[in-house]
Write a protein that binds this ligand. Structure first.
Ligand SMILES: [Zn+2]
Length: 137
């Protein structure tokens, strides 16, 4: 086997050996500017999409829960005001951990909103369902 030292070859060829730069996505050779990281827009997008994938998955999951909550409140509250019990909400698959905003009344009541549909817990596992009013920011 013939072994050739790369540096000797480089010296001989009068070529400055620079570290080969490769596209972060497809590992293809880069021929552009020194700070170039990708060979194409396609590769840059593909790479960034992979990085964002986990974050996007999480965001999609939470958005899905919020939309489902909203759908349930809309279904159970077609007239804009309704009282239901917690079991009904739970049976529909309502997730109490997620809401878009909170409104506190001056008397200390707390309304939880999923977009424009909201609810407030009453006594005995009862919930009053409301539709967003203009005073709710
Ligand atoms: Zn590439």
């Amino acid at each position: 086997m013939l072994l050739i030292n790369v540096n000797i070859v480089a010296k001989f060829c009068k070529v400055k050996m620079t570290k080969e730069r490769l596209c972060l996505e497809c590992k293809g050779k880069l021929r552009g500017r020194k700070d170039q990281k990708f060979c194409s827009d396609y590769c840059r997008n593909a790479h960034n999409n992979k990085l964002n994938e986990d974050a996007n998955k999480y965001v999609r999951r939470i958005n899905g829960i919020l939309r489902k909550n909203r759908r349930i409140l809309e279904k159970l509250n077609p007239k804009g005001k309704e009282t239901v019990d917690g079991i009904t909400l739970a049976e529909e698959g309502f997730n109490f951990h997620y809401f878009t905003n909170i409104y506190k009344t001056q008397k200390g009541g707390i309304y939880y909103f999923c977009y424009e549909y909201g609810y407030r817990k009453l006594e005995n596992d009862q919930y009053i369902l409301v539709l967003k009013q203009d005073y709710v920011k």
